[in-house]
Design a protein around this ligand. Structure first.
Ligand SMILES: [Zn+2]
Length: 88
């Protein structure tokens, strides 16, 4: 039986529908009896829905996307000489 801690820990997996049926049922059972977790779950669900809706209508700015890609590249090659252009 899931408690509040389990529920919060699995909240994102639950919202992403990545839990197996038994776990999902556990969380469902807890949510019915716990307004705190239910509120939290609804809040996160709303946030996710808004992010998804926004992502569809507003693609990442080209500059931000480029910088994100640079960050990922940096993680791979770990080049300390890369200038981030911030002037610092
Ligand atoms: Zn709870």
């Amino acid at each position: 039986m899931a408690d509040c801690r389990d529920t919060i820990q699995m909240l994102y997996s639950y919202l992403d529908e990545m839990l197996d049926d038994a776990l999902r049922h556990d969380i469902d059972t807890h949510l019915v009896s716990c307004p705190d977790c239910q509120g939290r779950m609804e809040f996160e669900f709303e946030v996710k829905a808004r992010i998804r809706a926004k992502a569809v209508h507003e693609p990442l700015p080209a500059d931000l996307e480029r910088r994100l890609r640079e960050c990922f590249d940096m993680n791979v090659v770990a080049d300390p000489a890369v200038d981030d252009g911030s002037g610092q």
